[in-house]
Design a protein around this ligand. Structure first.
Ligand code: ZN
Length: 434
């Protein structure tokens, strides 16, 4: 598989992606608030993302843009006065979207608001309460076990007020206004694979594509999960028909195998292209059928839109124990996995960019290739058997029904070889583009 992303560059790109993840890691993000703004501001140093602010209370289909949440500090003081839970040590300690609270209470009262994972007693869980006003703390089970009876002081210095939902959008125009949509969520605090790896990959893929010639236009969305995609779809309904292919990017930095979840259509071009690329360049991968549960593909693939959008990750969310815990940290994602994932995404784009349908201009019997210098040698270079076979396949199947990937599949040859043959035949006038 040839890809416009060179193997030599990928080691460095993997390291750069990991560095970006490290820079974003300490920020306390949520579905709204300054954490998202800060994150987008850092990404703007790499690509010129446009930041959108949608007011709280805006109706978006069956939902409403929520109040904006911000947090400055949070802690629990033990009867001894010691800070036994401290937001400044890890932003996962606070139940994300907790309402402000500052009061003293007994241990039994406090315990109702504490969350831990007994199976992994050293890990802090990540919990949220977006659509129900509540407060709480998350902590390692070992730390919870050390807490004694007595009076505790609880403080969450947060605000939940009318404000905005913030999201980022980066649009790269191509020759056509038909679009490829890439979407990643930006609403998780200090979690690396779930959230930050997708943000880093989207940013570096966008940066890479910005320097390439493009047939398609590309739209990158950096949005809070669920409410972000619902909001974007609601505010951009007039543009939706342009989306020809799309992928939800997340969980691309863990060491597990690549996993593709098909779009709701299940046989869309993107489904076939990703399957071909994974088969061609990944040693180990799996393909899952669509289901209405998951990341933002849930919204893109809702029946009223039914967009050809799949989800390309490594290990699917929820299938690794580190998922939604403090163990999804900077050590859990590695630069090799990030680089490999980026190579797969870039290869998917390469196939999409060239997967045209052609029509043979000489369909009655085989055209005479030798007379046109297309047999045995081409421009002084000896054609391989595969190159010659590719030309025969392309000529035979270019009847308007088959695109180049279909021809690749029927011929058993590589897409790059089929594409090269199509280009040669096109230049010689034996094919026209549909
Ligand atoms: Zn998540």
């Amino acid at each position: 598989m040839t890809t416009s992303l060179k193997a030599d560059d990928t080691v460095q790109l993997g390291e750069e992606m990991h560095r970006l993840i490290s820079e974003l890691y300490p920020i306390c993000r949520s579905i709204t608030g300054d954490g998202v703004r800060k994150t987008l501001h850092i990404l703007q140093q790499l690509i010129p993302i446009e930041v959108h602010e949608v007011p709280s209370g805006t109706p978006v289909f069956d939902w409403t843009v929520p109040k904006e949440w911000n947090i400055r500090d949070a802690y629990v003081l033990a009867p001894t006065g010691e800070r036994v839970i401290d937001f400044k040590q890890s932003n996962l300690h606070v139940l994300n979207y907790s309402i402000p609270v500052h009061q003293r209470m007994s241990f039994s009262e406090l315990k109702e608001h504490l969350f831990s994972i007994p199976e992994y007693p050293d890990w802090i869980p990540y919990r949220t309460s977006y659509y129900k006003e509540s407060w709480g703390f998350c902590l390692a089970h070992n730390s919870l076990c050390k807490l004694v009876e007595g009076e505790y002081e609880v403080c969450i210095d947060s605000s939940l007020e009318n404000g905005y939902l913030t999201y980022g959008e980066y649009y790269l125009p191509g020759k056509t206004d038909e679009e490829v949509l890439f979407s990643c969520h930006i609403c998780h605090p200090s979690l690396c694979n779930d959230n930050l790896s997708g943000i880093a990959l989207a940013t570096f893929l966008a940066k890479h594509l910005s320097s390439q010639p493009r047939y398609y236009s590309y739209r990158f969305l950096f949005i809070p999960g669920t409410i972000g995609s619902i909001t974007w779809l609601c505010l951009n309904e007039d543009k939706i028909h342009r989306v020809k292919h799309g992928l939800v990017i997340s969980g691309v930095g863990d060491p597990g195998k690549m996993t593709y979840k098909k779009s709701r259509r299940s046989n869309a071009e993107i489904d076939k292209v990703v399957a071909y690329v994974l088969n061609n360049i990944s040693e180990n991968y799996q393909i899952e059928e669509f289901s209405p549960y998951g990341y933002d593909e849930r919204q893109y693939c809702s029946p009223g839109f039914n967009l050809p959008v799949g989800r390309l990750t490594r290990t699917p969310f929820g299938q690794y124990p580190e998922y939604h815990t403090s163990a999804d940290d900077l050590k859990f994602v590695n630069s090799n996995a990030l680089a490999q994932s980026l190579v797969v995404y870039a290869a998917v784009v390469d196939v999409l960019e060239h997967n045209f349908k052609y029509l043979s201009t000489s369909p009655k019997c085989e055209p005479q290739l030798g007379r046109r210098g297309l047999y045995g040698n081409l421009g002084g270079q000896k054609l391989t058997k595969a190159d010659e076979m590719a030309m025969l396949w392309v000529l035979n199947l270019s009847d308007g029904d088959y695109n180049l990937l279909d021809i690749t599949e029927r011929s058993g040859l590589e897409f790059a070889v089929i594409n090269k043959a199509a280009n040669t035949l096109f230049k010689s006038g034996l094919l026209k583009k549909l």
